[in-house]
Design a protein around this ligand. Structure first.
Ligand code: NAD
Length: 359
C-alpha cells in the first residue's frame, strides 16, 4: 500500500544515524521535539538483533520523552541516544570509551538541541566520558560537577505514584494494607522494594539475576521467577526491568488489580492500554511514574534549583497522576489516553506563548 500522507505530528525533528568513526558501531541520536525547549533523554547502550531495531527503539523512546517532559512540567522536549550492539557483543573499557566519544561527537553536532544522560547500559561515569566531547551530558557524578545517579529520585517518584494509585484504586494511600510484585531489582527496583518494605507492604520480587536475591530476602519479599512475578495475584504489579512487557499475549495472564512502575515503554503498542482497561487493570502510564529522576536532575543541573525544590517537584508527580486517573474515570477513557491528551495540551499551550513568557 502506498502512504498517502505524512504523519507530521509524530515525526521527529532530527534523527542522526552514524557508524562511529572510532568504534564502528551504529549510533542513533533522535531528537523528537524541541517545542518546549532543549530535548533531553538518556543514552542507551544495549544489544539489538539488528541496528534497525535500535533505530526503532530510539524513535519510540525519544517520542515518549517528549510526553514525559510535558507531563512533568519541564521546559524540555524529548530525545534519545541508542548505541545498538550486535547480539553477544560486550564492550571492554577501550571500546566503551570509543563508543561514548562517538556518541558525544554526534550530540556535539546538534549544537545544544539535545542533552543526554544515563539510561540502560550507561551510568554517571559514562557521562563524564561523553562530556569530554560535548557539554550536553547531565547526571555526571557529584564529584565531577553533576547531580549523580538519578535512580533514587526515580524511586521516590515511583513511591509517590504508588500511593496516588492505591488511593484511586483501593480508596486508601496506605501501602501497608497492600501487596506488590516488584519485577526487576536493579538500581530503581531495588530502592522501590526497600521503600515498600519500610512502608510495611506485602512483597513478591523477581530478577533474572540471582545475585539480586539477597535484596529480596532483606526486604522480606518472597523470591519468585520473573514469570510468576508478572502473573502474581497481588494488588499492584511494579515493572522495574525492561519494556515491552504488556502484550495481547501477557495481559490475559495478569492477576493484579493495578500497575505502576518505572520501566520505560511497558506496552508493546499503545492499543494495549485499551486491553488492560478491558481487563479491569488500572495502568499508571510509565511516562508519568518514571519521571522522578529526570525531574530532579534537570531541576538541579539545568535549572539551578536546590535539591529540596527538586524533591518537592518529584513528589508533585503524585498529583499529576491523580489528575490523570480522575480525568480517565470521568471521561471513560484510559489513563494512557488522558495522559497523552494532557501532554498535547501542555505543548499546544506553550506554543501559543511568546518565548519570554515560557517557563
Ligand atoms: P537496571 O539495569 O539497574 O535494572 C534492571 C534490572 O532488571 C536488572 O537487575 C536486571 O537483571 C533485571 N532484569 C532484566 N530483564 C529482566 C526480566 N526479563 N525479568 C526480571 N528482571 C529483569 O535499570 P534501572 O536503572 O533500575 O531501570 C529499570 C527500568 O526503569 C528501565 O526500564 C529504565 O529505562 C527505567 N527507568 C530508569 C530510570 C533511572 O533513574 N535509572 C529513570 C526512568 C526510567
Amino acid at each position: 500500500m502506498v502512504a498517502t500522507h505524512l504523519d507530521t505530528e509524530s515525526m521527529h525533528e532530527h534523527v542522526v544515524l552514524r557508524r562511529g568513526v572510532r568504534s564502528g558501531l551504529p549510533i542513533v541520536v533522535a531528537v523528537h521535539s524541541t517545542a518546549l525547549g532543549q530535548a533531553i533523554g538518556g543514552c542507551r547502550v544495549a544489544q539489538y538483533p539488528h541496528w534497525r531495531d535500535g533505530l526503532t527503539d530510539a524513535l519510540r523512546l525519544a517520542a515518549a520523552m517528549s510526553d514525559k517532559c510535558a507531563l512533568a512540567g519541564l521546559p524540555n522536549g524529548g530525545g534519545k541516544t541508542v548505541v545498538a550492539l550486535p547480539p553477544g557483543r560486550a564492550l571492554d573499557a577501550a571500546a566503551r570509551r570509543a563508543v561514548l566519544h562517538d556518541a558525544g561527537d554526534v550530540i556535539a553536532g546538534l549544537d545544544g538541541a539535545y542533552a543526554t544522560g544515563p539510561d540502560v547500559g550507561t551510568g554517571p561515569d559514562d557521562m563524564v566520558t561523553i562530556a569530554e566531547r560535548t557539554p550536553h551530558a547531565f547526571c555526571r557524578p557529584v564529584h565531577a560537577g553533576g547531580s549523580g545517579d538519578s535512580s533514587g529520585h526515580t524511586a521516590v517518584g515511583v513511591l509517590a505514584t504508588l500511593r496516588a494509585l492505591c488511593a484511586e484504586r483501593f480508596g486508601s494511600a496506605d501501602l501497608s494494607a497492600r501487596s506488590f510484585a516488584v519485577l526487576g531489582l536493579g538500581r530503581v527496583g531495588g530502592h522501590v522494594l526497600r521503600m515498600l518494605a519500610d512502608a510495611g507492604a506485602t512483597l513478591v520480587a523477581a530478577d533474572t539475576d540471582e545475585g539480586r536475591r539477597p535484596l529480596a530476602d532483606t526486604a522480606g519479599a518472597a523470591w519468585v521467577s520473573p514469570q510468576d512475578c508478572l502473573t502474581a495475584d497481588v494488588d499492584v504489579l511494579v515493572p522495574a526491568a525492561l519494556g515491552g512487557l504488556f502484550t495481547p499475549h501477557t495481559v490475559p495472564t495478569l492477576r493484579c488489580a493495578a500497575i505502576a512502575g518505572p520501566a520505560n515503554n511497558q506496552l508493546d503498542t499503545p492499543v494495549t492500554a485499551d486491553l488492560l482497561h478491558q481487563h479491569g487493570i488500572l495502568w499508571a502510564p510509565d511516562i508519568v511514574v518514571s519521571a522522578g529522576g529526570i525531574i530532579h536532575a534537570t531541576a538541579v543541573e539545568l535549572h539551578r534549583e536546590t535539591s529540596a525544590q527538586a524533591t518537592a517537584r518529584v513528589h508533585g508527580i503524585a498529583d499529576t497522576l491523580t489528575d490523570i486517573l480522575r480525568t480517565a474515570r470521568a471521561t471513560g477513557s484510559t489513563p494512557a489516553a488522558a495522559a497523552r491528551a494532557r501532554a498535547r495540551h501542555h505543548v499546544d499551550d506553550d506554543e501559543r506563548l511568546e518565548p519570554h513568557e515560557r517557563p
